[in-house]
Design a protein around this ligand. Structure first.
Ligand SMILES: O=P(O)(O)OC[C@H]1O[C@@H](O)[C@H](O)[C@@H](O)[C@@H]1O
Length: 563
């Protein structure tokens, strides 16, 4: 559908919505949201807000909140931002990553603490105040506690063991594993630092909730250091490998032992949860695995393993998409040279070898070969975000993607049309949502991905209901949405090209039927309901532990009275 047509049909529908009252998703968000069964401490590698001081802010992104000297909160609440002469103002980047952006509003409601690596620049002057700040800047709701790590630690823990070993291993890229000397030791050291920081903040009613693969050793250390009443949980956002793959993992036994320090361990889909249990069976034979109930008993503790697919803040994507300003949209189209009257395809990824971008470009090439009529009529917008560029593989991957885009464009472009519009610009959420809404078809084709939140964002922002999603059959999102999207094998260029043809020639009623079902799924399984499920499980494992302790106490009383 053409962009102008789409906007006007929505305006009519919006008026209808206003007349009818609020929509389902709005109603869902009218509640106070999920409540945490204790005082929440979120622990993640990435921080939800990044403060930059004036001298460093020259080339900061759009979408940042700027606090001037006069507006800045007093030292001690905003991290003592004005404690040195050079820091006259602070720029705060708002959360943009799916994980941090999704959790931030929930933590805001809990008055909790978030502990993360304070990934500032090397010149970032580390002071206690700056590493313990109240966020968000305009409505201080919780404490962000930052860990500052040395360059060597970052190189080994983040660019090393996390992203040169665990990331390729868990995504099935064994040939890219680089196990450099000292990386695992640094990974352990940084996990210890995180555990110490948690112990500083934890109380008997804390719910400590760790995120992702950077922190596999921390749970056990935390369990041993915090009061017995605290609950330790973790969500593993990437795939978990099969035992055959996990065999290649250096320190595999310590990783499993570390993770079994959790009372609750979550994965997106049952396949990853079951593969984790299979790895425990294989590599930690002393542990007792109950596959039916997905629990592991090890070292006197029980870990419950669950599969709870993460969702997105569907309502906020829908709201942004509905509020597109046509003038802003024209500017966006002009900036990127997208003709107003073409059909639009979209790809949106970090520049990561798991995302299958070159394979997608090859599929587009096949599509234009097979469909000369679509030349000049279909433009594919590929937005890519450079990532982990200190790792050579990532840098090379970026170069490959850029050169493939150029090659394909040279092959098909005309004086006023390019088949692929490629950008690495940082786009604020409203522009992303504008792209989502204007895209007639989105191609999500990773070779592996724990979930893929972008696919869900696209569905949430497709408020007109007449767009189509092509979805890789190798990712977590496929297990949630697969039957209503068009399934693709990302390595099969001809198959992907054929599915693109199917999408573009699909009768409107079929397109709408599929998208409506996808939208229901994404709205019903949004970030709030995911959090609710997490907190329900946390409540349950907490109660189970209480029950175990009571049983143990009464057993020991009985045995004492028998003596
Ligand atoms: O934090 P990075 O290395 O830039 O990667 C972005 C994100 O990639 C995700 O897929 C990981 O699960 C997150 O933990 C991570 O934050």
């Amino acid at each position: 559908m053409r962009v102008t047509e789409r906007l006007s049909s929505t305006t009519v529908r919006n008026r209808q919505r206003l007349a009818d009252g609020r929509g389902r998703a709005d109603e869902a968000f009218a509640s106070d949201g999920p409540s945490c069964p204790g005082s929440l401490i979120v622990v993640s590698n990435r921080q939800p807000y990044r403060h930059e001081y004036e001298d460093e802010a020259a080339d900061s992104n759009t979408g940042s909140a700027n606090i001037s000297e006069d507006e800045a909160p007093p030292a001690g609440t905003d991290g003592g931002a004005r404690s040195t002469a050079e820091t006259r103002s602070i720029t705060v980047d708002e959360p943009t990553g799916g994980l941090t952006a999704g959790l931030d509003p929930v933590v805001q409601r809990t008055d909790g603490t978030w502990i993360a690596w304070g990934d500032g620049d090397a010149d970032f002057a580390v002071t206690d105040e700056r590493n313990c700040v109240a966020v968000p800047p305009d409505d201080e709701a919780y404490t962000l506690r930052r860990l500052d790590l040395s360059e060597e630690a970052i190189d080994s823990y983040y660019y090393g063991f996390s992203n040169r070993v665990l990331w390729p291993l868990c995504h099935g890229f064994s040939d890219l594993i680089e196990n450099r000397p000292n990386d695992f030791e640094w990974y352990r050291t940084v996990n210890e630092r995180f555990a110490e920081a948690v112990a500083d903040h934890a109380t008997n009613d804390s719910v400590i909730w760790l995120q992702d693969y950077h922190l596999a050793l921390a749970p056990r250390l935390i369990r041993d250091a915090v009061p017995a009443g605290a609950t330790v949980a973790q969500f593993w956002h990437i795939p978990w490998p099969t035992p055959a793959r996990f065999r290649q993992c250096p320190g595999r036994r310590q990783l499993l032992e570390g993770l079994l320090g959790n009372d609750l361990l979550g994965f997106h889909v049952t396949r990853y949860a079951d593969q984790f249990l299979a790895c425990v069976d294989r590599f930690l034979p002393e542990a007792t695995v109950d596959h039916a109930h997905r629990t592991v008993r090890y070292d006197g503790r029980t870990t419950r393993v669950v599969a709870t697919p993460m969702g997105v803040d569907a309502e906020s994507y829908a709201r942004e998409a509905r509020s597109i300003d046509p003038d802003q949209l024209s500017t966006l189209f002009e900036t990127y040279g997208i003709p107003r009257d073409v059909t639009i395809g979209l790809g949106l990824d970090r520049l990561d070898y798991t995302k299958g971008i070159p394979e997608r470009l090859t599929a587009l090439e096949r599509f234009f070969e097979r469909n000369p009529d679509w030349r000049g009529e279909f433009t594919f917008v590929q937005k890519a975000t450079p990532s982990r560029t200190d790792i050579e593989t990532y840098e090379q991957y970026g170069e490959l993607v850029r050169s493939e885009v150029q090659r394909i464009n040279r092959r098909f472009e005309t004086a006023d049309w390019r088949p692929i519009v490629y950008t690495e610009d940082v786009l604020p959420k409203e522009q992303l949502c504008a792209l989502y809404r204007c895209a007639d078809v989105m191609v999500v084709s990773p070779l592996a991905d724990g979930m893929n939140l972008v696919a869900q964002e696209y569905v949430a922002a497709s408020v007109d209901g007449d767009a189509t999603l092509l979805l890789s059959d190798r990712i977590g999102a496929h297990e949630r949405l697969g039957s209503h999207a068009l399934t693709i094998d990302p390595t099969d260029a001809v198959g992907v090209a054929a599915q693109l043809e199917t999408a573009l020639s699909m009768p409107p009623y079929e397109r709408k039927r599929r998208m409506n079902t996808l939208r229901q799924r994404v709205c019903n399984g949004d970030i709030e309901s995911w959090m609710e499920t997490q907190f329900d499980w946390i409540r349950r494992v907490h109660d189970d532990r209480r029950g175990d302790e009571t049983d143990r106490d009464s057993d020991s009383r009985e045995s004492t009275s028998l003596v």
